[in-house]
Design a protein around this ligand. Structure first.
Ligand SMILES: [Zn+2]
Length: 99
């Protein structure tokens, strides 16, 4: 029941939204965008970890990352909207924690 809360506490890392730089030609894995948990110090991703296509980091617009819209960012909601939540596991590998 407290899974999401404990997970958040565990990672304690910010998440970033990415989407394909060229959405029209992007594969399904990144055309709609996805979320990545990264340390602030980490360089932003430039390629999709799944297909290797070019991606860009999306700066969260007001209303999507604020506390009042926290439920929008819940794992369940992200999954429902087709987002992936990738957590870096080292060696450049990512795991989709919503899978
Ligand atoms: Zn991709």
């Amino acid at each position: 029941m407290t899974e999401s809360r404990s997970r958040q506490k565990m990672t304690g890392m910010p998440t970033y939204d990415y989407r394909a730089a060229d959405a029209a030609n992007a594969k399904e894995c990144c055309a709609e965008g996805f979320e990545v948990v990264q340390r602030i110090a980490e360089d932003p991703l430039t390629t999709c970890p799944e297909c290797g296509g070019p991606i860009v980091r999306v700066i969260n617009a007001v209303g999507f990352s604020t506390k009042s819209h926290k439920s929008m960012m819940s794992d369940a909601n992200l999954k429902k909207n087709g987002f992936k939540k990738l957590v870096k596991e080292g060696d450049g590998k990512y795991r989709n924690v919503l899978a």
